[in-house]
Design a protein. Structure first.
Length: 568
């Protein structure tokens, strides 16, 4: 009788976990590579070696101490990609304050919620970003700022907040400028900072990141030094990073992709962090890769698609590129192949994970067969466990069968901030984080993500995973990007809809897309509805918001009656 192989793997490693705080690891890297270029912020015209960056980080840390920021107090940062973001990240780690990442796209209701839910006593803001005027929004939320002395805010709507620091030189009533923060460092001796840094423990909470809630309020994933320092290190280690690597970072710093996989991945290896622009701009990315002789590039799939589709793409020399990461949302096989061949990123890797797991749980490997490199999310990360279980029973499923992916290990968050209910629902009694993602594991331990439990389409009793249909439609010569959703249907319960973005200059009809599917995929997987779009609703990190697509489609297709049907 053949023994079943269950969907469980653990990540072996000949490299131990780092038992250091972020501040101590940063100082060790500075001592090893003081003259290496650490940070290039193109839009600000700033360049720092590791020794110079340490000077800025230590001044910021002492300035924050002088303004009264205590250990475990929360300090928000609401800004796009700028040098001050990274300086603040390492400064707060040194003094044990908890950095609260605030999404640059937040508006009044969201920023009020995040500042209050985390209990931020300080916030550092950029003056504005694109159409968002952060300064004006804070004055609207806290009109008391206009008459308050800096550092003594009494705001009715933001009761915990007392200090606002504004990047830039312009003085604003009730706020400190960045220069004033840095000047305050003179009040705290370097020895006082060293003593404060020595008090920190690597299991201390150091960061809160709000997960974008599709229903209800966002939850604050609370992460430790140990969580994110090790995850950043092993992501870069698997990419074979050295102190000679130069990484272009167009992904937002407020997200794990930017501050962990990019910043901490570079700092643990003495590599260079390069920011091409405040927010994603495909032309700026291509220019930066060429001019900075970048060896690595990060991005979500939509970013790589925009770079490949840019009308000036062919004029840039990307010859120094070697590697990088595509992650953040499902990575289309056809896009991966183009990135490898057209962008010279022969060693590009796919990472899979979630904010609550610091974020990466699986990663593809250099040297793996091409089909595994471009068609899976790789194998389990070092020091991490992964299993796949039946969502209804919680029992392991055999290899090859679909179930919910769960992960366990050093990378699992401490908790959702001040939300024990949500924490206990996400992390079970055996310390497994339940991801909500549907996955399969093959005999070699390679994983595929086939959808979200909530995204799975059930059409007339058939379980349909949108990812499978999306991958097929990516092979259509006219299709640049595609997202598949389920919409309500009176007869089948749900029907399939494809939102299609065509390549520049192409045109197609709904019938042409459906005809392409006939005979190639099962009849019940062929989209009943096809909508041609220029873009998709998405978060600032490039995650597609399928719940908004579904809502819009219900309105446009007049499916309210079907949507109103109640089910068990």
């Amino acid at each position: 009788m053949e023994t079943k192989r269950w969907s469980y793997v653990s990540g072996p490693s000949d490299k131990p976990l780092i038992g250091e705080t972020i501040g101590d690891m940063f100082d060790q890297t500075v001592a090893r590579f003081p003259d290496n270029e650490a940070l290039v912020c193109r839009q600000q015209g700033l360049r720092y070696t590791y020794a110079q960056l340490k000077d800025e980080v230590d001044r910021c840390a002492r300035g924050l101490m002088a303004l009264g920021l205590g250990k475990s107090e929360r300090i928000g940062i609401w800004a796009p990609n700028r040098a001050e973001w990274t300086i603040t990240q390492f400064a707060t780690a040194k003094i044990g304050a908890i950095l609260v990442n605030l999404n640059p796209s937040y508006r009044l209701h969201e920023i009020e919620y995040a500042l209050n839910q985390s209990g931020c006593s300080m916030v550092i803001i950029s003056p504005q970003f694109r159409s968002a005027d952060y300064t004006a929004m804070l004055y609207e939320l806290a009109p008391e700022l206009r008459t308050a002395r800096p550092g003594e805010l009494p705001a009715a709507k933001l009761p915990a907040l007392r200090t606002v620091i504004r990047m830039g030189d312009q003085a604003s009533p009730g706020m400190f400028t960045w220069a004033e923060l840095m000047a305050a460092a003179a009040k705290v001796r370097p020895e006082e900072l060293a003593a404060r840094q020595a008090e920190q423990q690597f299991d201390d909470a150091i960061n809160i990141q709000y997960t974008s809630g599709t229903t209800g309020y966002p939850k604050g994933a609370t992460l430790s030094h140990h969580n994110i320092l090790n995850n950043g290190y092993f992501v870069a280690e698997l990419m074979r990073f050295t102190d000679q690597d130069r990484l272009v970072i167009p992904v937002p710093l407020y997200h794990c992709f930017g501050m962990v996989m990019a910043n901490l991945g570079c700092v643990t290896h003495g590599a260079t962090m390069i920011y091409p622009s405040e927010g994603f701009d495909p032309l700026a990315v291509l220019q930066t890769v060429e001019e900075e002789r970048a060896t690595a590039l990060y991005g979500v799939p939509t970013m790589f698609i925009a770079e490949l589709d840019h009308p000036e793409f062919s004029r840039f020399d990307l010859g120094n590129l070697r590697t990088g990461v595509m992650a953040g949302s499902p990575c289309p096989v056809e896009v991966m192949k183009k990135v490898q061949s057209m962008m010279n990123m022969r060693e590009v890797e796919i990472c899979y994970g979630m904010t609550e797991t610091s974020p990466v749980s699986t990663q593809t490997r250099i040297g793996a067969p091409l089909a595994k490199q471009v068609g899976t999310v790789g194998q389990v990360h070092p020091h991490v466990e992964v299993k796949i279980v039946d969502p209804s029973s919680g029992k392991l499923v055999p290899r090859g069968e679909t179930g919910e992916l769960c992960t366990r290990g050093y990378s699992v968050m401490l908790c959702y901030w001040d939300n024990p209910d949500a924490t206990s629902k996400a992390i079970d009694a055996a310390s497994w984080m339940h991801t909500g993602d549907l996955a399969t594991m093959d005999d070699e331990g390679y994983l595929n993500i086939v959808g979200r439990i909530k995204d799975m389409i059930i059409r007339g009793g058939e379980n349909i995973y949108p990812r499978e249909i999306e991958e097929f439609l990516y092979s259509h010569p006219k299709v640049s990007d595609v997202q598949v959703i389920g919409v309500p249907d009176l007869k089948y319960g749900e029907e399939i809809m494809a939102w299609v973005r065509l390549k520049p200059g192409e045109s197609a009809s709904e019938e042409e897309i459906r005809a392409f599917c006939k005979g190639q995929i099962a009849h019940f997987k062929i989209p009943r509805y096809v909508k041609f779009v220029d873009d998709f609703p998405m978060t600032v990190t490039g995650k597609i918001q399928k719940f908004l697509m579904r809502k819009q489609s219900i309105d446009e297709l007049d499916l309210a009656a079907a949507a109103a049907v109640k089910t068990a």
